[in-house]
Design a protein around this ligand. Structure first.
Ligand code: GDP
Length: 143
């Protein structure tokens, strides 16, 4: 298995509900390492650009509105098979369909307000990491 990097976001509902520590604990217990992190309040233009792939979907406007309702925390996670490992910890998009023990099943309110985002493939991860972080912001572990 390859060492991968992936982009994770704790969305505005997760930050509002004070779930940052809970979510980080799940990442760390799964062996994922946080190698960059920042808090920011997305502008409408930033949220539109980040979710441009969903532009034609009926929920796009609501998604952009939701993602700009409060600050988010974006982080880069590194580890073996990080993209799939992270997606497993997150659970299915709809919390009702997510497995017990996943972030979304345990903590999310709805298919929209589902606490976390995670990249879904190597190329998307690369693009999404560069959306939030310059190369110099990423701090590979030295110990
Ligand atoms: P993800 O990769 O599991 O986050 O799911 P998607 O890439 O398909 O969707 C992106 C985000 O859009 C989701 O995480 C939800 O916040 C939101 N979303 C997805 N499907 C729906 C939907 O059917 N209705 C609404 N209101 N929001 C949705």
């Amino acid at each position: 298995m390859a060492i991968e990097r992936t982009l994770s976001i704790i969305k505005p509902d997760g930050v509002q509900k004070n779930l940052i520590g809970d979510v980080y604990r799940r990442f760390e217990q799964a062996g994922l390492k946080i190698i960059a992190a920042r808090m920011l309040h997305l502008t409408t233009a930033q949220a539109e650009a980040f979710y441009a792939v969903h532009r034609e979907r009926p929920f796009y406007k609501d998604l952009v509105r939701y993602m700009t309702t409060g600050p988010v925390i974006a982080q880069v996670l590194e580890g073996e098979n990080a993209i799939e490992t992270h997606r497993k910890i997150m659970g299915a998009t709809d919390p009702k369909k997510a497995d017990p023990g996943t972030i979304r099943r345990d903590l999310a309110a709805s298919i929209e307000e589902n606490v976390v985002h995670g990249s879904d493939a190597v190329e998307t991860a690369r693009q999404e990491i560069s959306f939030f972080f310059a190369q110099a912001d990423v701090c590979p572990r030295t110990r």
